[in-house]
Design a protein around this ligand. Sequence first.
Ligand SMILES: Nc1ncnc2c1ncn2[C@@H]1O[C@H](COP(=O)(O)OP(=O)(O)OP(=O)(O)O)[C@@H](O)[C@H]1O
Ligand SMILES: [Mg+2]
Length: 272
Amino acid sequence: MTELLPMAIDCQHLTYRYGQFTAVDDLTLKVRPGETMGLLGPNGAGKTTLVRMLTTLTPIQRGDLRIFGLDSVRQTTDIRSNIGYVPQQLSIEPALSGRQNVEWFARLYGVPRAERTDRVEQALAAMELLDVADRLAGAYSGGMVRRLEVAQALVNRPSLLVLDEPTVGLDPIARDGVWTQVQSMQAEFGMTVLLTTHYMEEADALCDRVALMHRGVLRAVGTPTELKSKVSPSATLEDVFRHYAASDLSEASEPSDFREIRSSRKVASRAS
Ligand SMILES: Nc1ncnc2c1ncn2[C@@H]1O[C@H](COP(=O)(O)OP(=O)(O)OP(=O)(O)O)[C@@H](O)[C@H]1O
Ligand SMILES: [Mg+2]
């Protein structure tokens, strides 16, 4: 049955260059409907560039992309109406209230007029923003802004939700709240989720599978359990990350005595 459904994301040989620099290199990846896929990789690996192609915001230079069987070149509008996207860069309008920001997205993404008010209230309630919904978004705290962006992305009940580091700067309770809400929408509407994160515990707990990128290349794809067992019997997902990407992490190339100084500084600053 599942085999007959088109893949939520089916990209083949995607390549993206900024001038001479290849940010995404011949990348092929499939994401099944209803799946939660984590996209991991060090800073500069090419995650945001890939995500922007998958959401049709960046045009494809080379390769082929289908979202739920829709062609990314000829059916861009259809694809966009199926997608909710939380970009890495802040995307709210500070001169509008929280509620107006979500209403704006509801109009933009074609939520029928008769349903708009209810949907906006539901999205605000889901992100626990009703109390502050009439304040200007420009006066929100960083975490509240992030929650507002998730509310915007959920307002059209997307089939595919794409989240580029959605929980950066959120306190632990707010972070749990975002994921609880995303998972309940997944259970209710069968939504597919693609997320990038640098929090390995988050990826381990939430993702059915993870894809690890390094310098534009897809290095590994699998369930967290599969990938961990390939590295070592006791490996964590962070060990998997280091295994595939260590040479890009500045700490890994530092001399060990410098690493010690740095970690003792961290301990000292935490203690003070
Ligand atoms: N507009 C641009 N012009 C030139 N180079 C760019 C541009 N945007 C990104 N790059 C380069 O492409 C590479 C991939 O960047 P990208 O933002 O996709 O990485 P990322 O994996 O999302 O990193 P991070 O974890 O820091 O968000 C980086 O080397 C970056 O400097
Ligand atoms: Mg990024």
